[in-house]
Design a protein around this ligand. Structure first.
Ligand code: SF4
Length: 423
């Protein structure tokens, strides 16, 4: 048992609430349990109680043992003068407020069903991949769905800070923010940081000037990424180097060390050189992509915006100067889906939130509902435990649930965990 659980028990009323009495024999009637306070000060604010016939409005403090009131120095703290009830497992001492008045105490240790405590300890302490694995098949579909809905919103809201940071940089230019988000998503995780840096150093306004010329776009993209710094490796490399030399001087652009891009353990089709060439092709082929996305509801149509092919050179190369067998240079459907999940949807959602347009947020969620589930180890494990992911919405929500709830043993804040404790 810890204080988090005791707070949860107080808030959810999971204790015997009949004939409640303070430890000095006064009748307690709970009208409002109060709002959980996550900041400094008493645990629950604005509670309402009747003690005997007197109505009290104020705060409730929770401790495992009453003596913790003194250990935490609350008897010296005016912020606790408005505490109307001390809820404890055990009253081992009588407590007083700073103004000297005695603090009414409610002992609930004997009123708690011990199964709740043992289930909670089990969830908190076992080392299973999902601590609640053995209960999952008893949880109704509605509860799981409700939790996944919550996780999906939480996952998208986590992206808000990054979008806000970008917005500040570009003075609220959403087209540039979308460009940053797309660039990040072309890094497919391993190279996301490097792609973001590329976009931050190569303004969209410069790319827009050369949009109609794919070779110039490639020179800018590969130049800012550092791939044109070394000795020329073939004729095409040399062409891009010359163009980069001209454009970088004209626009005052610099090229960092290309070592920021990682190639390790990657299939050649995923090499950052290929992704950069595809990114360049997307910039070349698309027109006001964000506006198009905002106007389009059909997910298949949205997918078609990303059906691009890198320039001819990349059909026979994975790296500069190394000839390979002819291969496709287009973005695969799974790569497009990945870009939509990690680049398009978060920006649409945050954009909708920030301009107060719910239908845009809903549209972002609908895209996820229409895309197939991602397949990775985490999703496969959930499936082993009977939680199947059918859409990208499910898979994104399950990734969030695992990372930010299950792994942190945050079961008290989980609807599935709540159901397990109640039943
Ligand atoms: S957070 Fe929820 S889903 Fe995860 S282990 Fe706890 S109860 Fe289960």
């Amino acid at each position: 048992m810890n204080e988090d659980l005791l707070q949860y028990i107080w808030l959810s009323g999971m204790f015997d609430i009949h004939n409640l009495k303070t430890t000095d024999g006064k009748i307690v009637e709970i009208l409002k349990r109060g709002k959980l306070n996550k900041h400094a000060g008493p645990d629950f604010l604005e509670a309402q109680l009747k003690i005997d016939d007197t109505l009290w409005i104020g705060n409730v403090e929770i401790h495992l043992y009453a003596s913790l009131w003194n250990s935490h120095q609350h008897q010296e703290d005016e912020a606790y003068n408005n505490t109307i009830l001390h809820v404890v497992l055990n009253e081992d001492v009588t407590c007083f407020r700073k103004d000297g008045s005695p603090l009414p105490c409610l002992e609930i240790g004997k009123r708690i069903n011990h199964q709740i405590i043992s289930k909670y300890e089990f969830l908190r302490q076992n080392s299973l991949w999902v601590p609640c694995a053995e209960f999952l098949n008893k949880i109704d579909h509605f509860t799981v769905t409700q939790m996944l809905d919550r996780m999906m919103i939480q996952r998208l809201e986590h992206k808000t800070d990054l979008v806000k940071e970008w917005l500040k940089k570009v003075k609220n230019d959403w087209h540039s923010v979308f460009y940053y988000a797309l660039a990040r998503s072309f890094g497919f995780g391993t190279n996301s940081e490097a792609f973001e840096q590329l976009a931050l150093q190569l303004p969209l306004s410069i790319l827009a000037k050369y949009k109609s010329n794919l070779m110039q776009i490639e020179a800018l993209v590969f130049g800012v990424s550092g791939f044109l710094n070394q000795e020329h490796l073939d004729d095409y490399h040399l062409t891009l180097q010359k163009e980069w030399h001209f454009l970088s001087q004209k626009h005052g652009l610099k090229s960092p060390d290309m070592k920021t891009f990682k190639f390790m353990r990657m299939r050649p089709g995923n090499f950052p050189t290929i992704r950069l060439a595809q990114f360049a092709a997307l910039i070349h082929q698309s027109n006001h992509l964000l506006s198009q996305l905002l106007d389009e509801d059909d997910v298949h149509q949205i997918i078609s915006f990303f059906k691009i092919e890198a320039s001819e050179y990349w059909q026979t190369h994975y790296l500069f100067g190394k000839l390979s067998k002819k291969h496709a240079s287009n973005l695969s459907i799974s790569a497009i889906q990945n870009i939509m999940i990690n680049g398009v949807v978060p920006v649409l959602f945050v954009y909708g939130q920030m301009i107060g347009n719910d239908s845009i947020c809903q549209k972002a969620l609908n895209i996820l509902h229409q895309l197939p589930s991602e397949s990775n180890q985490v999703i496969a494990q959930w499936s082993n435990y009977g939680v199947h992911s059918r859409t990208a919405f499910d898979s994104q929500a399950l990734l969030e649930l695992k990372k930010n709830h299950c792994d942190l043993r945050n079961c008290l804040n989980c609807k599935i965990g709540n159901k397990i404790l109640i039943n």
